[in-house]
Design a binder for this molecule. Structure first.
Ligand SMILES: NC(=O)c1ccc[n+]([C@@H]2O[C@H](COP(=O)([O-])OP(=O)(O)OC[C@H]3O[C@@H](n4cnc5c(N)ncnc54)[C@H](O)[C@@H]3O)[C@@H](O)[C@H]2O)c1
Ligand SMILES: N[C@H](C(=O)O)[C@H](O)COP(=O)(O)O
Length: 334
């Protein structure tokens, strides 16, 4: 019998669409165990509003695969939550749920982590410094990571993540970019089984700096790193002008695109397929896959939120986890 992946599921912001999407996810037949780290009342109320069954049970062996059921690891909110209304007093519970699920993955008690959307401002307004779950998980695991969003059309990795635009240029350094490219390359080979990945690297400036007349980061930072890694055999294209790098004919030749900052790459990814796209954290000791959308507060409680991205995240995380479990049983060092 192949091993059944055990996934930890964190709904994210209780006032957002995360809890109701988790209830919808729980209804699907599945080939993995799901344990939800969150508040039982919030999940129960979301199920009631959707008129869907939800049994929250203890222990993952017996029921973690049964439709309509989730194993519960309770992380109770401080105060009652209402759909669409941010309550910063619940921010510690959101972060505790993420932290406890992450630690459980790192300890080998789960094989992967699936997360719903978190409201970054609510967490900060609750007194907790937080820029994103990618950064939180990297800090907790003590490793470098790369954020990559993917759908059937394109994979977009980011050289920098959640920081003000005015700080981007100085955050792009030769050592940082080299680490990012090595990690991305290794993940495309390991988790995506692409033997010789082709990675397009975007420039930072308009027209990739126009030979130094519109900025020098391409010449001083990006090109030297690319030259060094090409010398080791990596297939790197660029630095490319970002405005035309995503033209369909070009994109077909790339296994991933490395964008220099969040809004250089993610609008294209989200425009090309918002529903099925997922957010993958590369470099952690366990697979982590999240939805590509936010808390959509205006939809919370309406039952109209599309669960496709959470479904895709759970499927992708289960597939990554299964591949790693299989590799372990065959002695593959993945
Ligand atoms: N995965 C994450 O944790 C994540 C991702 C993006 C944004 N966020 C956070 O979410 C909050 C709100 O961000 P935003 O408004 O920029 O983005 P958003 O994704 O919440 O909303 C953008 C648009 O997409 C729609 N939308 C989002 N999810 C949907 C779904 N499942 N079904 C149907 N429509 C959906 C919304 O109604 C809105 O029109 C912010 O605090 C942001 O930081 C979190
Ligand atoms: N940058 C992500 C996006 O736009 O979808 C998002 O904000 C979530 O990232 P984290 O998983 O790091 O919270």
């Amino acid at each position: 019998m192949p091993p059944v992946p055990r996934l930890a599921l964190v709904p994210g912001e209780p006032a957002g669409v995360g809890p109701e999407l988790c209830v919808r996810l729980a209804q699907r037949p599945r080939d993995h165990h799901l344990t939800v780290f969150g508040d039982a009342d919030v999940l129960g109320e979301a199920a009631h509003r959707l008129d869907l069954p939800l049994r929250l049970v203890a222990g993952h062996e017996a029921d973690g695969q049964r439709p309509g059921t989730l194993v519960l690891h309770e992380v109770a909110n401080a105060v009652a939550s209402r759909p669409g209304v941010i309550e910063p007093r619940n921010s510690p519970a959101v972060i505790q749920a993420l932290g406890q699920a992450a630690d459980a993955c790192q300890q080998g008690r789960f094989d992967g982590l699936v997360t719903g959307p978190v409201h970054k401002a609510a967490i900060n307004e609750g007194g907790i410094a937080y820029t994103g779950t990618t950064e939180l998980l990297a800090g907790r695991a003590g490793c470098d990571v790369v954020m990559m969003l993917a759908n059937d059309i394109v994979r977009v990795a980011l050289a920098t993540t959640h920081l003000p635009l005015r700080d981007v240029a100085t955050a792009i350094t030769r050592p940082g970019l080299e680490r990012t490219l090595r990690l991305l390359h290794a993940a495309l080979q390991g988790d995506f089984a692409i033997a010789e990945p082709v990675i397009a690297v975007l420039g930072l400036n308009p027209h990739a700096g126009e030979a130094g007349h519109l900025g020098r980061e391409e010449i001083e930072t990006i090109e030297p790193v690319m030259a060094r890694l090409r010398g080791e055999g990596m297939h790197l294209v660029g630095p490319l002008p970002a405005d035309t790098a995503f033209l369909p004919a070009k994109l077909r030749g790339f296994d991933a695109v490395l964008a220099m900052y969040h809004d250089q790459g993610l609008p294209v990814l989200k425009y090309s397929g918002f529903e099925q796209a997922v957010n993958i954290t590369l470099g952690l000791p366990y697979p982590r896959v999240a939805v590509d959308h936010g808390t959509a507060l205006e939809l919370a409680g309406s039952g109209r939120a599309d669960p496709s991205s959470l479904f895709a995240a759970a499927d992708a995380c289960a597939a990554f986890a299964r591949a790693r479990l299989d590799a372990r049983t065959t002695g593959d060092p993945r």
